[in-house]
Design a protein around this ligand. Structure first.
Ligand SMILES: Cc1cc2nc3c(=O)[nH]c(=O)nc-3n(C[C@H](O)[C@H](O)[C@H](O)COP(=O)(O)OP(=O)(O)OC[C@H]3O[C@@H](n4cnc5c(N)ncnc54)[C@H](O)[C@@H]3O)c2cc1C
Length: 632
């Protein structure tokens, strides 16, 4: 069985070796695009993190020191720290988009000679904005290991828009780079895979016109009752809350899960709720049991068309609630927002990434050994977990000392200021001088666990011949499988058709229906940390084989590389009207948590309780602003 699934196949390494026909000596004369065409990006994967496959995201080796701190260790268990480097003007903890933006904003204020050190516990920079590379039959494929797209850039703040502009990102250009007609030209649509354990038989059904489409439903194993209910759910214009005011209706929708809405008000059969359960996994990391009906109305889900509430208003709190005009979801670099992180690094640290445009960043290979160069004013030190951050003098005054652990050894740096752009959950354990109420507020943030798996496949004819490019899998281990976005930029070209290799993007959210949202996230995180790569691999080979095998997919032959991006601390927690109170202005936990103390300021998207790139940038702007004002 395992042999059938290709579990014993050598992947990626073999492709890397295939690509080595060009001698290393010849590389010096090749530019980035030549290398890209020659598929040589993946050379020396050991010191080139984007090309590492297997279990990535929060990879082994990145979190153990942090977890010891969480479990109550004191910083001195790592030994007496060695003082290193001279005094920095700023130390940033966390090299995600927030930390990198903080370094950028600080330098803009303090000038190019400002000495800045950015620490991160991972072996790659960008935080959630992570690049995955594969080499398939001599060709380089890129994937997003985390942060997917610039979502609704028209709604970004003035500062975030200005940052994109400084980085040479012209979001309008994506109207050219993203081929919006690609799947339509190939006559492909979304589909649904029903598996026999839950639905009685394995069958993949195209779903070009939504869940209420009778032609689609007739091919599914759903019962006649469930089919009738789904047709009614999408078509019926009934006011299930007749007699209530609009305000009372909205309040009820905010306090009722979509699942309960369907079962108790629309009165569909439980089978329909099971069928739709995972349709919110990608946005919320939760099923419809824990997502407010009001949010689902905002997302244009069915079942609200007769309530007389007028136009939908976007989800109630947070997710996708961009403040700007409605924009297509096309603002996507082939490695997702890792390109934003890479553009920031290119600007901050000389010698790491060549080029000058938003296009040439796509193929540029980062020189990781140049990140922490003593010759540069800005340095990025990876595999370094901050374990203690404190002012040298009482009452949050004096310089800040930051102790970090790298390769098991403790070192200490001193800085005029510090931005904690790391996750709020860890801050109370490493910065104990913060007032207890602030620490308590930080602990409210329980990040959403997610697994973003990228599978490089040699051809995707097995999807195309079934008429689908994305498939939802209700009730299965992996919630859905999608062919990557059809984006071509410069020399980087998306597959011309199904005969060419692509990256499949595959999602798992390890939630535990029946518990409140934050408990689901805690339980899910435990599951992620206890799951070895072999389990993920076996599950995905089997699921792909069952979905695509009847159309000729052979996991052993067709899979060229697997990268499981495990985000045990994924999206920032956004308040959920089912479980969280409406706090008075200024009193929400993230607002209490992000207060600057002396020369220590707090950034990260956690500081906005909003899981988006622009939140990470905005919080960096605010944190740096506080520090700069304090210096005046
Ligand atoms: C899977 C996924 C998909 C997403 N998709 C999108 C999207 O499509 N569009 C969008 O706008 N947003 C998206 N988001 C949200 C977006 O990625 C985040 O809001 C944003 O990138 C967070 O940046 P950050 O710098 O605040 O935090 P992070 O990216 O989490 O960076 C913080 C860094 O600090 C490090 N750190 C923590 N503790 C320590 C310590 N003690 N010492 C040193 N380092 C430490 C962390 O390991 C991490 O690398 C997504 C998030 C996830 C998880």
């Amino acid at each position: 069985m395992e042999r059938d699934l290709g579990m014993d196949e050598e992947i990626t390494r073999r492709d890397f070796l295939n690509g080595m026909a060009i001698g290393i000596g010849a590389l010096g004369s090749l530019g980035p695009s030549d290398l890209l065409r020659a598929g040589l990006y993946a050379q020396a994967t050991d010191d080139y993190p984007p090309a590492k496959t297997g279990l990535r995201g929060s990879h082994d080796g990145a979190f153990e020191v942090g977890h010891r701190m969480r479990d109550g260790a004191r910083a001195d268990v790592f030994g007496r720290p060695t003082p290193v480097d001279g005094r920095y003007d700023l130390v940033v903890v966390g090299a995600g988009i927030s930390g990198l933006s903080a370094a950028h904003f600080f330098r803009e204020q303090a000038g190019p000679s400002a000495k800045i050190l950015v620490l991160d516990n991972h072996d790659d920079f960008g935080g959630h904005a992570r690049r995955n590379e594969f080499t398939v039959d001599g060709r380089t494929l890129l994937g997003y290991g985390g942060t997917q797209s610039i979502d609704g850039p028209a709604g970004y703040s003035r500062e975030a828009k200005a940052l994109l502009k400084t980085l040479a990102i012209d979001t309008q250009a994506f109207y050219r780079y993203y081929d919006r007609e690609y799947f339509t030209r190939l006559k492909l649509s979304p589909g649904v895979f029903f598996h026999r354990e839950t639905w009685g038989r394995d069958v993949l059904v195209r779903r070009p016109r939504g869940n209420g489409d009778r032609a689609f439903l007739a091919k599914t194993p759903l019962s006649a009752q469930a089919q009738r209910d789904l047709v009614r759910l999408s078509a019926e214009k009934k006011d299930y809350l007749a007699g209530k005011t609009a305000e009372a209706k909205l309040e009820l929708l905010a306090r009722t899960s979509y699942k309960d809405w369907l079962l108790k008000y629309v009165k569909v059969s439980p089978e329909v709720a099971s069928y739709l359960q995972n349709s919110t996994h990608d946005l919320y990391g939760l099923g419809i049991d824990a997502v407010p009906a009001g949010d689902c109305r905002g997302l244009d889900f069915a079942g609200f068309q007769g309530l007389g509430l007028g136009e939908r208003a976007g989800p109630g709190q947070g997710l996708s609630a961009g403040a700007g005009p409605e924009e297509p979801y096309i603002f996507h670099f082939p490695d997702g927002n890792a390109s934003i992180a890479r553009l920031l690094v290119r600007r901050l640290v000389p010698g790491v990434l060549d080029g000058s445009t938003m296009v040439d960043i796509v193929g540029a290979r980062a020189r990781y050994q140049a990140l922490d160069n003593p010759q540069n004013a800005v340095r990025i030190r990876l595999r370094s977990t901050a374990v203690q951050v404190r002012h040298q003098r009482p009452n949050h005054s004096g310089d800040v000392e930051i102790t970090y652990v790298r390769d098991g050894k403790a070192s200490r740096v001193t800085a005029g200021a510090c931005v904690l752009a790391c996750w709020h959950g860890i801050i109370p354990h490493i910065c104990t001088e913060l007032p207890p109420a602030q620490q308590q507020a930080m602990k409210y943030q329980v990040k959403v666990p997610l697994v973003y798996t990228n599978v490089a496949i040699r051809r995707w004819t097995s999807l195309a011949s079934q008429g689908v490019h994305t498939v939802r899998c209700p009730g299965m281990y992996w919630s859905g499988v999608s062919v990557d976005f059809p984006v071509s930029m410069g020399d980087y070209r998306f597959a011309r058709g199904p005969e060419e290799p692509v990256v499949l993007h595959i999602l798992r959210t390890p939630n535990q229906p029946g518990f409140p949202a934050r408990d689901q996230h805690r339980l899910g995180r435990n599951e992620l940390l206890a799951t070895p790569f072999a389990t993920y691999e076996a599950q995905l080979r089997e699921q792909l084989k069952r979905m695509l095998g009847p159309a000729g997919f052979d996991p052993a032959r067709d899979i060229a590389g697997i990268t499981v991006n495990r985000w045990s601390h994924g999206y920032s927690y956004e308040y959920n009207s089912l479980y969280d109170p409406a706090w008075p202005a200024g009193q929400a936990p993230h607002e209490l948590a992000r207060v600057t103390r002396g020369r220590i300021a707090i950034a990260n998207s956690d500081a906005a309780a909003y899981a988006y790139t622009d939140a990470a940038i905005d919080q960096a702007w605010r944190a740096v602003g506080d520090l700069v004002r304090a210096r005046r």
